[in-house]
Design a protein around this ligand. Structure first.
Ligand code: AGP
Length: 608
């Protein structure tokens, strides 16, 4: 789960490759490295971020018209400078960056060691330059292809050779590789965002392809037999990435604050109030076709799965379609039954989550229609699905999902109304629900106005190392999401539970040191969750209530209450999620955590 970048044909190769690498840090940021140069290869590697690499590199010689670089999320071997990429061959004449996993690295390492190769790192990736060296006969393309054929697992690689001073060889085998071209320069990277400052002309390598890059040119071949492949050059839309924090201390806070606009984008052009309809241009499924769907399977990971769990309530309630929500990581390993009328929704902000990609492939192989609900429309999941619903949330750079989560909730809600319209929902009801949906941006804005209150509360509880989040109905998955948000950025242990489940075991952990965050919809089973809150108070647990306006005044005595605006029960998860994001943000900030880049994590999880 790493990012690779490279450039040939520009005397500022180091600057370009480092800039591309910065844009790939969402794939990992625990160590980084670069190889620069033509006939003399110079490699600099550090433990830490790309900024650290940049400082180290630019304090010394960084000349060269060719470079390859890597930002890492450690899988095999600790995040040390030795384990950072690029890795070199024994003679130092071949340098390689790798994204993916070499599953058979142990046996390859034994074999290569027996023939005299010496390894300097604990990584799986280091076998690649040694294998290439083993096969090298003067042809960089053939030796790389022969080496890659020996690997089992996944890879995206870029390799440079001291004996071929302008060439980069790159190849894809289960991990993405894009090539960028302009008249005099050629670039390679793990995704198009990394190339967008330099060129809009790109070639995407398919799995099983290998390419020889020279300044201003790229020749692509099938890796299996080195037969040339004709590849289309795609013109990317002009750059849309916003790279700054817009005056906010962290991307996460900026992205939380952007939500009124993002929610508006998720709704815009999809509400047809004059006809009381939802419209999804480019969906490829009409209301009638959708009404024939017998079951919906929602697959995703992390926050995306929480959005899916929330969406399931809408589909079952509004459209009467049975839904199962699947962890994408488990989906393809348990031989799921998909009838011809099963619709699969693949939820992913990044569109590059390995487990979700695998679920999409499994579902399509079994004949299901797959809709990707994705924020990155250029991503693998978006390209491989039968159709795509873009989240339109704009780039999300903080590791914690915020605006993409609320946008997913809105899209799923609209899709449930779209399906419900063809099944059992009368037009007047759809129209009323659509009008209510139009209020979401204003409702979210009202939650954001409460940031100072939520900040005070978060600071007051920032001592806590263990917390529970409880909810009922469609606020139960929001409790899971609230707990995930808190733990990933603050390193406090937080568990989300259905409120009724606490007494089936976890309640044994409650005492005055374990705060409970209770999510309350006063219009839905309020007396039940009030009972659950009393049970927690009886065990001396401090309780913080997040409730929609109307939280019963005769409810349990709790000191700390955050009131969010009352709204339809289908929209409350959006409003509540925003309040919980703020709580997690201020809690983590009070604990001095690196909010945007929590330890051990990456924005995009590209390994299974
Ligand atoms: C959310 O805050 C997490 N960082 C993480 O759980 C994330 O939602 C998960 O990795 C799935 O990512 P995706 O939506 O890009 O597929």
């Amino acid at each position: 789960m790493c990012g690779i970048a490279g450039c040939t044909g520009d005397s500022a190769a180091a600057e370009h490759v480092i800039e591309s690498l910065k844009r790939l840090e969402y794939r990992g940021y625990d160590s980084a490295g670069i190889t620069l140069g033509g006939t003399l290869l110079r490699t600099v590697k550090v433990s830490g971020t790309v900024d650290h690499l940049k400082k180290t590199l630019f304090s010394g010689d960084h000349r060269g018209t060719r470079g390859i670089a890597h930002t890492r999320w450690a899988t095999c071997g600790e995040p040390t400078a030795e384990n950072a990429h690029p890795h070199l061959s024994c003679d130092g004449g071949i340098s390689v960056v790798h994204n993916g996993i070499v599953e058979n690295f142990s046996e390859l390492k034994d074999e290569l060691s027996a023939s005299g190769h010496v390894f300097l790192s604990e990584t799986d990736s280091e076998v690649i330059p040694h294998l290439i060296e083993h096969y090298y006969d003067g042809d960089p393309l053939r030796s790389t292809a022969l080496a890659l054929r020996r690997l089992t697992g996944t890879f995206a690689v870029a390799a440079v050779f001291a004996r071929h001073p302008e060439v980069i060889v790159c190849a894809a085998g289960g991990s993405p590789v894009v090539i960028g071209l302009d008249e005099k320069r050629t670039f390679v990277a793990s995704d198009v965002q990394a190339l967008s400052p330099y060129t809009r002309r790109i070639i995407r390598l398919d799995d099983g392809e290998i390419a020889l890059l020279t300044p201003g040119a790229a020749q692509v071949y099938a890796a299996a037999d080195l037969q040339p492949r004709r590849k289309e050059i795609v013109l990317l839309p002009a750059e849309t990435v916003s790279s700054g924090k817009g005056g906010f201390e962290h991307f996460m806070l900026k992205e939380i604050m952007e939500q009124p606009v993002c929610c508006g984008n998720a709704l815009k052009d999809r509400l047809d109030l004059s006809r009381g309809m939802v419209v999804f241009p480019g969906l490829g499924l009409s209301v009638r076709e959708l009404s024939r769907v017998s079951r919906i399977v929602i697959a995703g990971c992390g926050s995306s799965i929480h959005a899916g769990l929330t969406g399931a309530y809408c589909f079952e309630d509004l459209a009467g379609i049975p839904v199962s929500v699947e962890q994408a990581s488990e989906f393809r390993y348990r031989n799921p039954v998909l009838e011809p009328e099963t619709l699969v929704l693949a939820l992913s902000q990044s569109g590059e989550t390995a487990d979700t990609i695998a679920a999409v492939r499994e579902a399509r192989m079994k004949g299901a229609w797959v809709i990707a609900v994705c924020n990155v429309t250029e991503s693998t999941i978006a390209r491989e699905a039968d159709s795509v619903i873009p989240l339109l949330a704009g780039p999300e750079l903080s590791v914690a999902a915020t605006k993409s989560f609320t946008s997913q909730l809105i899209v799923l809600y609209l899709l449930a109304l779209y399906a419900g319209r063809g099944r059992r929902l009368p037009q007047e009801t759809v129209l009323r629900l659509l009008r209510e949906a139009g209020d979401i941006p204003a409702l979210v804005r009202r939650v954001l106005e409460q940031a100072p209150l939520i900040e005070r509360l978060a600071k007051r509880y920032a001592w806590a190392d263990d917390l529970f989040y409880i909810g009922r109905g469609n606020l139960y998955p929001v409790a899971l999401e609230g707990a995930l948000k808190l733990k990933e950025i603050s390193y406090a242990h937080a568990e989300g539970y259905h409120a009724a489940e606490l007494k089936h075991g976890p309640m044994a952990l409650l005492d005055e040191h374990v705060p409970v965050i209770a999510l309350v919809d006063p219009a839905c089973e309020a007396e039940k969750i009030c009972g659950n809150i009393r049970e927690c108070r009886t065990r001396k647990a401090p309780v913080i209530v997040f409730a929609a306006d109307g939280f019963p005044p005769d409810g349990p005595a709790v000191r700390d209450v955050v009131r969010v605006p009352a709204c339809s029960r289908y929209l409350l998860p959006v409003v509540m999620a925003v309040a919980l994001q703020l709580f997690a943000y201020y809690f983590a900030r009070a604990r001095g955590c690196p909010v945007d880049r929590p330890r051990n994590l990456a924005k995009s999880v590209t390994v299974e």
